[in-house]
Design a protein around this ligand. Structure first.
Ligand code: HH2
Length: 274
């Protein structure tokens, strides 16, 4: 059983918890532009928390394949007011960033988890995470740049390769003094549909790393490829099925855009598995 030790409280990961997504970006693939206004973004985060999200993940940079990077100042301008608004209401906030200066300021403003899609590649991010002592999500991505990641979707055995890469990243982070490490296979990050399916099907092999496991499948393109839903907002049913499969194979945290349906599905799943 895992607990996350946050500055203000301890979060139990059994039963699995839901992380709600707030993208304060003009260009995210499924909700880009909806929450550019910080007040709307805060209201959305509060609503996700009221629906049962244990964590609200705030991001100011889209990482969809081919997305343009944003500067640190712009990323800060997007996320800080939103973090302030949520922290003032005692919501547990994670900051979705690959940039150490953004993570640092977010922590200063009360965020209590770092969600780094580049897996603490930057030594500055590692030392900051070690100093702060907060939980960190190490996500797998085959290169260090979302703009070109799909060119790197080449693996021997994708699950073994991702487990190996995460194991190395855990060791590097631990050597820098990071203790609370959550692992994430990086669904859709430099992966084909077949790779994504294999990673969910064999998520138990990621769980065998002995760390809490997070997955982010919500509304992603591989779901549309299977269900035929071209619009990301129409991919809820496929997302629910994928998340329940992930939870059945050991996921502790599911990162989703639509919280209430997942909270209800998890309750039902739990009742059936007691
Ligand atoms: N996926 C996205 C963003 N951050 N973080 C983790 N740990 N795992 C994920 O799978 C993950 C993530 C992409 O989804 P979204 O935030 O909806 O889109 P965008 O990157 O276009 O803002």
């Amino acid at each position: 059983m895992f607990d996350l030790h946050l500055p203000s409280q301890t979060l139990r990961l059994d039963p699995p918890i839901v992380m709600g997504v707030v993208n304060v970006t003009p260009d995210s693939f499924s909700d880009g532009g909806r929450f550019r206004d910080p007040d709307l973004a805060v209201a959305h985060g509060l609503s996700l928390a009221a629906q049962g999200a244990a964590i609200v993940d705030v991001g100011g940079e889209s990482t969809r394949p081919g997305a343009e990077p944003v500067g640190v100042e712009e990323e800060l301008r997007r996320v800080l007011r939103v973090i302030d608004g949520l922290v003032a209401r005692h919501i547990v906030v994670s900051v979705d960033t690959r940039h150490a200066p953004v993570a640092q300021r977010a922590l200063d403003h009360g965020a209590s988890i770092i969600n780094d899609i580049s897996g603490l590649r930057d030594p500055a991010m590692r030392s900051l995470a070690a100093r702060a002592g907060v939980p960190v999500v190490i996500m797998h991505m085959p290169n260090d740049d979302p703009a070109t990641m799909q060119q790197f979707a080449r693996y021997g055995d994708v699950v073994a390769d991702v487990v190996g890469a995460l194991r190395r990243q855990i060791a590097t982070a631990q050597a820098a003094g990071v203790e609370q490490i959550i692992v994430d296979p990086g669904i859709g990050f430099g992966k084909t549909t077949a790779h994504n399916l294999a990673l969910i099907r064999r998520l138990d092999e990621i769980a065998a790393l002995g760390r809490p496991v997070m997955v982010g499948v919500s509304r992603k393109r591989f779901i549309g490829q299977i269900t035929g839903d071209d619009e990301p907002s129409g991919r809820l049913a496929g997302t629910l099925a994928a998340n329940l499969a992930a939870v059945a194979r050991g996921a502790h945290i599911i990162r989703v855009h639509e919280v209430a349906p997942h909270v209800h599905a998890l309750r039902m799943w739990r009742a059936l598995n007691e």
